[in-house]
Design a protein around this ligand. Structure first.
Ligand code: DAK
Length: 256
C-alpha cells in the first residue's frame, strides 16, 4: 500500500497521482520510490499503453523535501545513492505525460522533465530554486533545461532561481500544451487516450530514437532509427496498419 501516491487506470492509461498535499507534494525518498515502482509496474502491465503523472491543483511537486534534504551528507548520498531511482524513470519504455497544475519546482520540475510530454496550466510555475538553498539541481535539471532552452537561457533561469511562467516554458518548447487550469487533467487524458490507440511497439521505438537524438551524432542516431525501423517490420501491428490502410478501414493495434 503506497503512502504518498494514488494509482488507477482508465482505457489503457495508467495514472500516478502524487499525494502529499500538506507539503505541496514535496518529494521525500519514500515517495520517489513509490512513484518509480508504480511507473515500472505500469510499464510491465500489458493493459497499460500510456502513463500519466499528476499532482493536485496547487502543486505538481514543490521540489525535494527540504526537511529531509537538510540531513544529507556526502556520505549518506553516496551510500543511499538516490539518483539510481531517478535514472529508472528514464528507462520506462511507454510514453509518460506530466499534467502540471501549480508549482513544479526543483525536483518537481525535474520529475516533469523526466516525462516525455508536459501539459500545463496557464498559471503553472516552473523553476529551479535550488540556488537559493545553496545547492544546484541534482536530478538532471541543468542538463534537461539546457538541452531544451540553450546555454544562456538555462544559466539565467538556474542562476536566478526565479519561477518561470508557463508561457515562457511554452515559448522555449519545455512544455507541449498550455491550457486553462481546470482543463489540464481532461486535456491530458484526451491526449493519453489518443496515444493509447497508436501501435505500442511503434511508440516505444519512436521514444527510444527521439530521446537518443539529443545525445547521439546524426549518423549514430540515423543508425539507431534504422534498426528500430527494421524491428517494427517484425510486428503484427505493422502488418495490421498497412493492411488496414489498403482495406480502407481503421487499424486495430494489439502491441504485438
Ligand atoms: N519541502 C518541504 N516542505 C515544503 C516544500 C519542500 N520543497 N515546499 C513546500 N513545503 C511545505 C511548506 O513548508 C508548508 O508547510 P507548513 O508550514 O504548512 O508546515 C507547506 O508546504 C505549504 O507551503 P507554503 O506555506 O510555503 O505555501 P506557499 O503557497 O506560501 O508557497 C512555494 C509555495 C512553493 C513558493 C513555497 O512553499 C516554496 O518556496 N517551497 C520550496 C520550494 C523549493 O525550494 N523546493 C526545493 C528545491 S531543491 C535529488 C533529487 C532532487 C533534488 C535533490 C536531490 N537526489 C536524487 C538526491 C531536488 C532538490 C530540490 O528540489
Amino acid at each position: 500500500m503506497s503512502k504518498y501516491i494514488k494509482a488507477f487506470s482508465e482505457d489503457g492509461v495508467g495514472v500516478v497521482q502524487l499525494h502529499r498535499p500538506e507539503v505541496l507534494n514535496a518529494l521525500n525518498r519514500v515517495m520517489v520510490d513509490e512513484i518509480v515502482n508504480q511507473l515500472e509496474s505500469f510499464d510491465k502491465n500489458d493493459t497499460i499503453r500510456v502513463i500519466v503523472l499528476i499532482g493536485n491543483e496547487k502543486a505538481f511537486a514543490a521540489g525535494a523535501d527540504i526537511e529531509e534534504m537538510m540531513e544529507a551528507t556526502p556520505l549518506t548520498l553516496e551510500l543511499l545513492n538516490p539518483f539510481v531511482e531517478w535514472d529508472k524513470i528514464g528507462r520506462i519504455k511507454k510514453p509518460i505525460i506530466a499534467a502540471v497544475n501549480g508549482f513544479a519546482l526543483g525536483g518537481g520540475f525535474e520529475l516533469a522533465l523526466h516525462c516525455d510530454l508536459i501539459v500545463a496550466a496557464e498559471d503553472a510555475k516552473f523553476g529551479f530554486p535550488e540556488v537559493k538553498l545553496g545547492v544546484l539541481p541534482g536530478a538532471g535539471g541543468t542538463q534537461f533545461l539546457t538541452k531544451a532552452m540553450g546555454v544562456r537561457k538555462a544559466l539565467e533561469w538556474i542562476w536566478l532561481g526565479e519561477p518561470m511562467s508557463a508561457d515562457v516554458a511554452y515559448e522555449y518548447g519545455v512544455i507541449n500544451r498550455m491550457i486553462a487550469p481546470e482543463l489540464v487533467m481532461e486535456e491530458t487524458m484526451r491526449l493519453a487516450k489518443q496515444l493509447a490507440k497508436q501501435p505500442p511497439i511503434s511508440l516505444r521505438l519512436i521514444k527510444e530514437a527521439v530521446h537518443a537524438a539529443v545525445d547521439l551524432s546524426l549518423q549514430d542516431g540515423k543508425n539507431l532509427e534504422r534498426k528500430n525501423f527494421y524491428l517494427a517490420f517484425a510486428s503484427e501491428d505493422q502488418k495490421e496498419g498497412m493492411r488496414a490502410f489498403s482495406e480502407k478501414r481503421p487499424a486495430s493495434f494489439k502491441g504485438r
